[in-house]
Design a protein around this ligand. Sequence first.
Ligand code: BES
Ligand code: ZN
Length: 460
Amino acid sequence: MTDTVAYLDAHRERNLEELFDFLRIPSVSAKSDHDAETARAANWLADRMREAGLGAEVLPTDGHPVVLGEWREAGPDAPTILIYGHYDVQPAEPLELWSSPAFEPEIRDGRVYARGSADDKGQLYMHVKAIQALLETTGSLPANVVVVAEGEEEVGSPNLVPFVERMRDRLAADVVVISDSAMFAPGQPSLLFSLRGLAYVEVHVSAAKGDLHSGAYGGAVPNPATELARMLTTLHDAAGRIAIPGFYDDVVEWSEETRSAIRALDFDEEEFRAGVGSPGLHGEAGYSTLERLWIRPTCEVNGLLSGWTGEGAKTVLPAKAMAKVSFRLVPDQSPARVAELMEAHLREVAPPWVRVEVKELHGGNPWKADPSGPLFEAASVALEEAFGRAPVIVGEGGSIPIVGDFERILGCPALLVGFALPGCNMHAPDEWFTVENYERGTTSLCRLYGELAERLGSAG
Ligand code: BES
Ligand code: ZN
């Protein structure tokens, strides 16, 4: 390891410059006019994987390609580590709110500012650099390694499940390692015990065949904006619980052990409140802020559209209104079931004088880890050596849709070790990732592969 650490130290500048090149490619998966850039990011990554010593292929899907990297020289009796990450990024808009352009990475105060720096190019590229450092200094890796980098995570991974199913044999592994999440606090390495799932729907309410004069028709013709707003207020009760019948049926209560582990974390609620800039916090009664974020399901209106929203007043009776609504799910809720319950509920509360259409967008299953096994032990040793501090075990409110599917299809557990920091602005303007975590984290990954290989033995 001393050689590997020295190698990483000697190549700090190169490793950062390459990350900058990666970040300069605007691989926004949601925008079809960026498809050429998204493809360019895939090819760029495959080239860097080859330079690192991996065999790499860019494999087509019905959407953006998957970059598959492989090193199998540890042999058929050695364990296999599957590494997953994504090279696509969220749109950078609103561009005017960035302090420096989203796709022109810049270091300020030890932070790399750019779209994708934390989510997930920076964290994915750490694995490539860790693999390269080990191969260059030791001539081998402690286990067989397969890297799956997808280009559609930010649009719900619509083509990855069929890909993993098709490639099941080639992707067979003993563990899936994922770095696409955050640490609990600066300097405090963290391992995830959970991810929430997601169910996303679009609700369309309409009445008249076109917009009308609100004086000539208002009062007699239904207003879809008002009706949709009324429907949305039935989604929660006064205690902040979701009021859709059946919604909690599949929610598993977490153990007292998990809840007390969460309570034991050093979390400053006032600092959190001030950090988000809201005058107050609000959520489901009976649960702490961290519980509301990690182990309880939610229902959020993500967007609303109706009528006149431009400058000045326009007296119009809108013909239609639309809301985007998403649910964060916890074990054992299923996205399809929740979307079904939501649609039934909306039909129940909608008045007969409007039309309602519910479209299901993407979804993802929740995920829960077993923190007692060898994976967490391996990661604890590796992280403590690199960060000088044992990791804490934390939940995560966000979703990575494929994690549960990996476990189900490949029959191997996932280990989530992320290096972003709270407040890093994933999906928002001024996304950042610290140079320190990029570098320290890469060192810890070199150690992690070794610790995992040792504990997974020759499981094959
Ligand atoms: N990296 C995130 C997941 C995440 C978010 C981890 C926040 C830690 C903190 C991932 O790229 C993501 O944004 N997932 C989406 C999934 C969706 C687009 C299907 C999410 O959670 O909204
Ligand atoms: Zn994301």
